[in-house]
Ligand binder design. Structure first.
Ligand SMILES: [Zn+2]
Ligand SMILES: [Zn+2]
Length: 177
């Protein structure tokens, strides 16, 4: 384990969110958002309407900046998000998740909770100087974010689709020689 469970979960969720804006675009319906909410065990309010989905989609570029910036730039974004949201870290425990930090109340809008939760997770990444765990997919045609939580830092592609495409391209390049 590179980070604590809750931090890794928040990072995985944030990467999924950010990558939903990359082709093929997903998370375009309230149903998809509800499924994502359930899959990642979010607590608190889910309104389930289009306005909430629009708000969530509107913060994806900011989340992407946060996760793909240099370490020092990410610090500025983290501090801004926490300040904008008037975050107050509190230890909480819910469901199967042991004591961890929430920094805004459960009744705040979902997109605000997503921003703050990602910022809190990025605090761990920044403090541990592990920004290299986040990168852009090694496939030349893909801009998706890759989160590498492997021990040997072997992950380069956002998906097996991208990994396979790159493998096929490399094979063809060898055959052409
Ligand atoms: Zn929680
Ligand atoms: Zn990719």
């Amino acid at each position: 384990m590179v980070f604590t469970d809750d931090t890794e979960m928040a990072l995985v969720a944030a990467v999924r969110l950010v990558n939903s804006a990359e082709p093929p675009v997903t998370m375009t319906t309230t149903g998809e958002l509800a499924a994502f909410f359930a899959e990642f065990n979010y607590t608190g309010r889910l309104v389930g309407d289009q306005a909430e989905l629009d708000d969530v989609r509107s913060v994806l570029p900011r989340l992407r900046d946060l996760m793909t910036s240099s370490r020092d730039d990410a610090v500025v974004i983290v501090n801004q998000i926490l300040s904008d949201a008037k975050a107050v870290p509190q230890l909480v425990r819910h469901g199967e998740t042991d004591w961890h930090l929430h920094a805004v109340e459960d009744d705040r809008p979902l997109h605000v909770r997503m921003l703050v939760e990602t910022a809190m997770a990025m605090i761990d990444v920044i403090r541990a100087d592990e920004m290299s765990r986040l990168d852009i997919c090694a496939d030349a045609t893909c801009e998706a974010v890759v989160l590498d939580l492997s021990r040997n830092r072997s992950r380069r592609f956002c998906s097996t689709t991208c990994g396979n495409r790159a493998a096929v391209a490399a094979y063809r390049a060898r055959q052409a020689n």
